[in-house]
Write a protein that binds this ligand. Structure first.
Ligand code: PLP
Ligand code: TYF
Length: 396
């Protein structure tokens, strides 16, 4: 029965980490997968998370199933985090999901099951998994222009042109709310307003991926893109992940929020998504969402979370600056200062696939084939080593 099954290709990003783990070079460096690392190279558990977990150990009374759409406390907190009080609660459907990926998958399942549109427009480039997730629900994935041909700037004209000339009413358009993965290039507030106008005029469904809230400029600042869209569109979807901003990667904490024009529609949508979840994973995992709800229920823990998140955000900015400065000292004659305009964990370095390959094979430095570098994986102490290796490959 199983004899003829071929081997599937590895995930383009997670597969690199497998190769990294097998690499015996003591100087190896993994700048591929988007995971935050501290100065000692660890992906730490936040102190607020440890404190919340301790509280849960002491007080949690059951491991019984959660409701299909997740814990009510958690769902209320997610709504406030994503929308503040800009949209009436009764218009917002919130479903707890296993990570941001779970949210994306349920959003795709919902579109395929309930809506007439069958196309999703994603930026070029985008997170590779977007294509696979949407294709898994048999949606047709199309690209809109996003990154300029210089590989540094945002092609706002190309994006607006594609969205206004190629789309049909009811098509979904995937937008990265902040910290675009893989480029780190985000629209400005006035560009968000222009995007919102086109999305509304064309009758498109905004499908917003919010995997890095708090990693760009701050929790509220990063939600400005959502405010811009919701100011023009009555109906939208947001896929949140709390993997990065709470450091809860393996606990699989996320949410799908759907904004509709009235509460009756919101309830109908809630019931339809619950039906889809039932046949997929039945109900979501308890622990990570309980940690998030415990933190957001408590003023002190929330303040501590804000501090720890700001620390991660600021450290990444400092690493970015240090990288650009250190590259200057190598004398490679290649200016990387455009990285300073990019947001979040990732930077599109402009390194080509051959240079990426050389970094891997000659220096055991792992970055994604597109030239995407996880800045959050750099370290102060090894910056010199990294920059010298990059200088060697760009000099050819
Ligand atoms: N969307 C983007 C743009 C991401 O970079 C990630 C990263 O993992 C996700 C979604 C998925 O998040 P999660 O790990 O919570 O499933
Ligand atoms: O882009 C990244 O590196 C993160 C982590 O299949 C990730 O989003 C990468 C690939 C994947 C799942 C998560």
């Amino acid at each position: 029965l199983f004899g003829g099954i071929p081997t599937a290709p590895p995930d383009s990003i997670l597969g690199l980490t497998e190769a990294f783990q097998a690499d015996k070079n003591p100087d190896k460096m993994n700048l591929s997968v988007g995971v935050y690392k501290d100065a000692s190279g660890q992906t730490p558990i936040l102190d607020c998370v440890k404190a919340a977990e301790q509280r849960l150990v002491d007080t949690e009374a059951t491991k019984g199933y959660l409701p299909i759409d997740g814990g009510p406390d958690y769902r209320g907190h997610v709504r406030k985090l994503v929308f503040a009080e800009t949209i009436a609660a009764e218009r917002v459907t919130v479903v707890q999901t296993p990570g941001g990926t779970g949210a994306l998958r349920e959003s795709a399942a919902f579109i395929a099951d309930q809506l007439s549109g069958r196309r999703v427009w994603v930026p070029s480039p985008t997170w590779a998994n977007h294509n696979s997730v949407f294709a898994s629900e048999r949606l047709l994935v199309e690209n809109y222009r996003y990154l300029g041909s210089d590989k540094k700037s945002f092609d706002i004209d190309g994006m607006l042109d594609d969205l206004s000339s190629k789309t049909n009413v009811g098509d979904a358009v995937l937008l990265h709310a902040c910290c675009h993965n893989p480029t780190g290039v985000d629209p400005t507030p006035s560009q968000w307003a222009q995007i919102a106008d086109v999305v509304a005029e064309r009758g498109l469904l905004p499908l917003i991926d919010f995997a890095y809230q708090g990693f760009g400029h701050g929790l509220d600042e990063d939600a400005e893109s959502i405010r811009a869209i919701s100011a023009k569109c009555d109906e939208l979807m947001v896929c949140s992940s709390f993997s990065k901003n709470f450091g809860l990667y393996s606990e699989r904490v996320g949410a799908l929020c759907v904004v509709s024009s009235d509460s009756a529609t919101a309830s109908a949508i809630q019931s339809q998504i619950k039906k889809l979840v039932r046949t997929n994973y039945s109900n979501p995992p308890r622990h990570g969402a309980a940690v998030v709800a415990t933190i957001l229920d408590d003023e002190k823990l929330t303040a501590q979370w804000h501090d720890e998140l700001a620390m991660m955000r600021n450290r990444i900015k400092t690493l970015r600056e240090q990288f650009v400065e250190t590259m200057k000292t190598t004398g490679a004659g290649h200016d990387f200062s455009f990285l300073l305009d990019q947001n979040g964990m990732f930077s599109f370095s402009g390194l080509n696939p051959m240079q990426v390959d050389e970094l891997l094979h000659k220096h055991s430095i792992y970055i994604v084939g597109s030239g995407r570098i996880n800045v959050a994986g750099m370290s102060e102490s090894r910056m010199g080593h990294l920059c010298e290796a990059i200088a060697k490959v760009v000099e050819g």
